[in-house]
Design a binder for this molecule. Structure first.
Ligand code: NDP
Ligand code: ZN
Length: 355
């Protein structure tokens, strides 16, 4: 059987290049080769925080644009040579959970997250995509292969945060964490009509990017309690919504302290460690404050990719400022992933072009 190489989690805290068989595809599936790829903070949680348990020789990565190499006999809308957007989440569309509106959890909690979780990911010469007609999207001509990678995960996750927070015209929104995910939550909130938007993060480049994407205020959590800083800026008034795209377990406590009765705390942060989240009793209205707390994995699949691509294609969103570090070949992936782990101050997101 023909072989390929991929960058894998070898075990806890260990990554390395391995050789594997090129995946076989079923009748509904596709085999793809990446055109551009990006590592994710989630890969870092998985390898170095042991967030989903041990994995041996699991190829990492879930963000890519790609070319279709082969399709199964029942695939209708894609053929070899097509350029496509790959969603990080590729649900089983026939599952009951998908019919309930939670395709992310098709056939089990988080089971729509397949790449780099329950099967080999995209950090390889080839990768397998289940249910190609439901999970691939054609790459529009107006979007380049590097920007397209931001459609895999950063845009849908950030926008999902804004959707879960049900951001409305004029809302005051706090986005805690302004790495690439939080920046897209800022952009999504602005597109949904937010009035005032606070972006919380310490790095200057991310604060500048938050302003670029429409944040009206930036807060450095290293300068003191963010609740106090934001309350001061708000003259003691609560905010409408908080989106968590960074921080720790205690950040939920801060978020609940910030929102008004009836407000929403929407988490998109991958909680890589710790056991329980604490909710402050009094600020949660003694349990009766109508403050909703929700957390969700991004929705994947074709429709979501096609619709979000339209936002970029028509000039409503420019993702290129996210791509601060650019690499030119597959072999550079390891360096790109380590950058994501170490987060130098000038980094937002690395992208590796394979072409
Ligand atoms: P980054 O690490 O790039 O960004 C994290 C942000 O949180 C930074 O702005 C950082 O500030 C800030 N931060 C760190 N600690 C605190 C704190 N104590 N209080 C407030 N802010 C803090 O991550 P990404 O943007 O790449 O990803 C964000 C999260 O989203 C990750 O956990 C990732 O795994 C998750 N994710 C979730 C998905 C989903 O479907 N729900 C999908 C993809 C990713 P600074 O660095 O400036 O100091
Ligand atoms: Zn991710």
């Amino acid at each position: 059987m023909a072989k390929m190489k991929g960058l894998a989690m070898l075990g806890f805290d260990k990554i390395g290049w391995i050789e594997k068989d090129i995946p076989e595809i079923g009748p509904l599936d596709a085999l793809c080769r990446p055109l551009a790829i990006s590592p994710c903070t989630s890969d870092v949680h998985t390898v170095w925080e042991h967030a989903i348990g041990d994995r041996h020789d699991l190829i990492l990565g879930h963000e890519a644009s790609a070319e279709v190499v082969e399709v199964g006999p029942l695939v209708k809308d894609f053929k070899p040579g097509d350029k496509v957007i790959i969603p990080a989440i590729t649900p089983d569309w026939q599952a009951v959970e998908s019919q309930m509106g939670y395709s992310q959890h098709s056939n089990g909690m988080l089971n729509g997250w397949k790449f780099s979780n329950i099967k080999d990911g995209v950090f390889a010469e080839y990768f397998h995509v289940n249910e190609a007609d439901g999970n691939l999207a054609h790459l529009p001509k107006g979007i380049n292969i590097q920007d397209a990678v931001m459609l895999s995960d950063m845009v849908p996750t950030g926008f999902h945060g804004a959707n879960m927070a049900e951001v409305e015209y004029g809302d005051t929104v706090v986005v805690v964490g302004i790495g690439p995910v939080g920046l897209m939550a800022v952009a999504g909130s602005v597109l949904r009509g937010a009035g005032r938007v606070f972006g919380v993060g310490s790095r200057q480049n991310c604060q500048d990017a938050a302003k670029y994407y429409g944040a009206t205020d930036t807060i450095n959590y290293k300068d003191g309690d963010i609740v106090e800083q934001i309350k001061e800026a708000m003259n003691g008034k609560p905010v409408d919504k908080v989106i968590l795209a960074g921080g720790e377990l205690d950040t939920f406590d801060q978020a609940v302290r910030l929102v008004r009765p009836g407000g929403i705390v929407a988490n998109i942060n991958y909680l890589g460690s710790g056991d329980f989240i604490k909710i402050p009793r009094v600020e949660w209205g003694l349990g009766m404050g109508h403050i909703r707390i929700i957390g969700g994995l991004m929705p994947g699949g074709r429709k979501n990719m096609e619709y979000l691509a339209r936002v970029i294609e028509n000039g409503r969103l420019d993702v290129s400022p996210l791509l601060t570090h650019r690499f030119e070949k597959l072999d550079d992936l390891e360096e790109a992933l380590l950058l994501m782990k170490d987060k130098p101050r000038d980094l937002i997101k690395p992208v590796v072009t394979i072409g």
